[in-house]
Design a binder for this molecule. Sequence first.
Ligand SMILES: [Zn+2]
Ligand SMILES: [Zn+2]
Length: 190
Amino acid sequence: MPRTSPLTRDEVRVDYWFHVLTAPADAFVEINGKFVVPDSLAADLLAQLNREREARIEWFHENPPPDVMLTAMREAGLWPPRPSRPPQTVLAHWDTWLNWDYCRFCFKHFVQLEVSRRPLHFCSDKCHDRHTRERWQVYNDQRGQERAATRANLVCEQCGDPLTTRRSHTRYCSDRCKKAARRRRLHAAI
Ligand SMILES: [Zn+2]
Ligand SMILES: [Zn+2]
């Protein structure tokens, strides 16, 4: 059964300039020995990515670097900002076999469109983000627990009541104590 639903942004990986780097394997059909994602599946996504690219270029023009940098960037050919390649009009590959891979997060098959790049391992930016988040989750949980433990032992420096704050650098239980402490410091200074 050939695929009929158009590609979505969540199914692909893109580079900095919104060029598509991966596409789901089930979106390709073979035409004269070349593997192509039909226009009916790719056109909407490519149009959306074109708009995002334009928006990024526009953003650069609205937020240029300081003049001193701008001169140097002009000389180095880095200004005005330019996408690394022309916009894609078709998603195709001569040899899907060599660039066929499975997603290390969701295990779906995908095709990597850029032969020269290192393997991407994930079918989409979404899966890559989710993988990264889970990878750091252990570390984040641990850090959260350490902070909670620190907070549990904190008391107000003015009145000695335990602090209920979520932040570990808070020193006083209330504005009242904060002001009282400041008065005390001023008094001590005189
Ligand atoms: Zn995936
Ligand atoms: Zn207090």
